[in-house]
Design a protein. Structure first.
Length: 136
């Protein structure tokens, strides 16, 4: 079972009829995220493998995983917002076991992202899993 925030997102996507509406919703999610401060946009937080500039800043305090992120592309900012709904609040040791592909498939993202965006999304998931795995 995914986090409540992700379940809410799934409900929103089920309400939206076509992919263009869903795409716009992902972009709106990205616009609603607070920007990452420039001090965090450094090589250590940059995600390699993305066509856009992407930075993820994890916060592993206690048993719970959280992260913030940013990108120079609006759709990617939206994908970061989707991933925060999926992963934020998950117990650190459970982060690597989250079936990200299966959960994201519930949104229909797999069928509508370009190969480059899909690769970038996988790179972000790999980074999240790696950070959580090291912290666990």
């Amino acid at each position: 079972m995914a986090q409540p925030a992700f379940e809410d997102l799934v409900d929103d996507f089920e309400f939206l009829d076509d992919w263009e509406d869903r795409y716009r919703h992902v972009i709106d999610l990205g616009k609603a995220m607070p920007p990452l401060e420039d001090a965090f946009k450094v090589p250590a937080t940059k995600v390699d493998g993305c066509a856009s500039q992407v930075w993820l800043v994890p916060d592993v305090s206690g048993d719970t995983f959280q992260f913030r992120g940013d990108s120079d592309a609006m759709i990617v900012r939206g994908l970061i917002a989707v991933l925060t709904a999926l992963y934020n609040g998950v117990e650190v040791e459970k982060v690597p076991t989250v079936d990200a592909g299966g959960e994201l498939a519930r949104l229909g993202l797999n069928d509508h992202l370009s190969a480059q965006r899909s690769n970038g999304l996988r790179a972000m998931i790999d980074r999240i899993r790696g950070v959580a795995g090291q912290a666990a």
